[in-house]
Design a binder for this molecule. Structure first.
Ligand code: CFM
Length: 545
């Protein structure tokens, strides 16, 4: 598929039809509800079906609930021992596959990220039960490291045989006295995707860790950054900017996080939500229990970064902070602008597709817009309807058997620690000045009309989309990388960033411009034909002939 054959004209209705053409009628009917031609309406966008089971037989891009809990939420925490209760494969294949990074700055100087810890269940444990083995493993981890906390993760067989991991955790916690032990019922099958695992992880961190720190934080302008995972060092770049502005980041959930940072999250005066999908409910719980309001931010894209910083400054309303934020933006933007000027003539008008787990399929459109590129198709592996259509739809979301499986924890105002950060009048005044609280409008209104939004895209549809629409760039993960490249289209991993990054903040934007310019303007993709495709008459003879 050389660049010369490129078809720019396409009709989204035809594309949708083509995507569904090969399916049996029942499958086609189901998938049709997850493939949407965007109407880009500000207030109401058409309804999409999301967060439902993948149809058996389809090769989904999704991961499992355990992956969302152990890998995504708890993975980037450096000083909590992560112990997997299950067969060794579950631990081994979740070991260092996400690019979790830490700068190692924590009170205990501990970094357990490089370790792979598992109870290594065997047949006999499945038959006779694995609780004793789990208790012994927790003891061993305690003796080896004396950590502040040990987190236990359940894999599928643990749920099937009914090991009571929470009971083991409670017993060991009592026994140690100086180590917080808690467990996650995050069996891979628990939900339809990773998203369920995020919820299970966040609920337990909120219940067992947040609010447990006695050390008082006295710094100015204290925030939590929720839903930033420090992939490729994104969190380091965001923290650099916060530091320059004089904003104190008490706790990131969970990039470069530590036990104590989680434990102090209740002391922040504002929660900033980056990845809405993985954590929006924690922002709500922090508000209900401790009185911390929340706003949506996005540090992907230089303009988005500047906008987010201004929102934080507006919230605190301190003139010195407002001036400092403006000073930082003025210092950082010239570098961004000159990098953009360099690539813009080459990237302008190019097209991209983005299919990642959740929020990034939305956030990265900001960076592409800055480069003059258009996102012609995008979607989430496991986003919910509110991530597409905005939070207004939350009250109307259907609670099905799968979502009922995930525990909703009851949160009330803490009798001692609840303290509203702003009066209702102050909040109303800020809202009047344009600061929106608890608000997220989702991906659909930000995409142009007639673009194609696909939920839970699968391998077949990915290849079909590329074949039909011929984007200049496809963004997804490692499972998609090589099949897309074989179609002659450059592919950028937006989960792991390949080995690049950071792409967040101002310096990240500069990195991204250069990387995307390199990919979409490389001529190598035009030479994808194998010799036998061009000269099919190629023949060979045996040497003895
Ligand atoms: Fe949020 Fe993420 Fe994402 Fe996500 Fe993920 Fe990730 Fe992702 Mo991979 S928390 S939803 S579960 S932004 S690991 S850092 S890149 S699928 S789009």
């Amino acid at each position: 598929m050389g660049k010369t054959q490129k078809l720019v004209q396409w009709n989204p209705h035809n594309i949708k039809e083509k995507l569904l053409e090969k399916y049996p009628p029942k499958v086609a009917r189901k998938r049709a509800k997850q493939i949407m031609i965007n109407e880009a309406l500000e207030n109401t966008t058409p309804e999409i079906v999301a967060n439902v089971r993948t149809i058996p037989g389809i090769i989904t891009m999704r991961g499992c609930t355990y992956a969302g809990c152990k890998g995504v939420i708890m993975g980037p925490t450096s000083d909590i021992v992560n112990l997997v209760h299950g067969p060794i494969g579950c631990s081994f294949y979740a070991w260092l596959t996400r690019r979790n990074q830490t700068d190692g700055i924590n009170d205990t100087d501990a970094n357990y990220i490089p370790y792979c810890m598992s109870t290594d269940m065997q047949d006999s444990d499945i038959i006779f039960g694995g609780e004793k083995k789990l208790a012994a493993a927790v003891q061993e981890a305690y003796d080896l490291f004396h950590p502040k906390a040990i987190a236990i993760f359940a894999t599928c067989p643990v749920g099937l045989i009914g090991d009571d991991i929470h009971q083991v955790a409670r017993k060991m916690k009592e026994k140690f006295g100086d180590c917080n032990v808690f467990a996650f019922s995050c069996e891979g099958y628990k939900g339809v995707s990773q998203s369920a695992g995020h919820h299970i992880a966040n609920n337990q961190v909120f219940t067992h860790v947040v609010g447990k720190s006695e050390e008082e934080k006295t710094e100015k302008f204290k925030i939590n950054l929720l839903g930033e995972y420090n992939i490729g060092g994104d969190g380091f770049e965001i923290d650099r900017i916060f530091h320059k502005c004089g904003i104190t980041n008490i706790s990131t959930f969970s990039g470069n996080s530590t036990y104590d940072k989680f434990a102090s999250a209740n002391q922040a005066d504002l929660s900033c939500v980056m990845c809405h999908r993985s954590i929006n409910y924690v922002a709500d719980m922090l508000e209900t229990k401790y009185g911390i309001p929340w706003i949506k931010v996005n540090f992907i894209g230089a303009e988005a970064t500047a906008k987010s910083l201004r929102k934080i400054a507006q919230y605190f309303g301190d003139q010195e902070l407002i001036d400092q934020v403006e000073k930082v933006i003025a210092e950082e933007m010239p570098g961004v602008e000159s990098a953009l000027k360099e690539v813009f003539p080459r990237t302008k008008g190019k097209t991209a597709m983005i299919f990642v787990g959740g929020s990034r399929a939305h956030h990265y459109q900001e960076l592409f817009n800055e480069m003059g590129m258009k996102t012609i198709s995008a979607g989430y592996e496991f986003g919910h309807r509110d991530d597409y259509e905005g939070r207004e739809v939350i009250p109307s979301l259907k609670v099905d058997a799968d979502s009922r499986n995930i525990e909703e924890i009851k949160v009330e105002a803490d009798p001692l620690l609840y303290k509203p950060r702003k009066t209702p009048e102050e909040i109303a005044a800020l809202e009047k000045d344009g600061l929106e609280f608890k608000s997220y409008t989702g991906l659909n209104p930000d995409m142009e009309s007639n673009t194609i939004v696909v939920d839970d895209l699968n391998q077949y549809e990915a290849e079909k989309l590329v074949e039909l629409m011929k984007p200049d760039l496809f963004c997804a993960g490692i499972k998609e990388k090589y099949s897309i490249q074989k179609l002659g289209v450059p592919m950028k991993q937006l989960h792991s960033y390949d080995s690049g990054g950071p792409y967040a903040g101002f310096k990240g934007a500069i990195n991204f411009y250069a990387e995307i310019d390199r990919l979409v303007n490389s001529r190598i993709w035009g030479y994808m034909k194998a010799p036998w495709q061009e000269k099919p008459e190629l023949s060979a003879t045996y040497v003895w002939e």
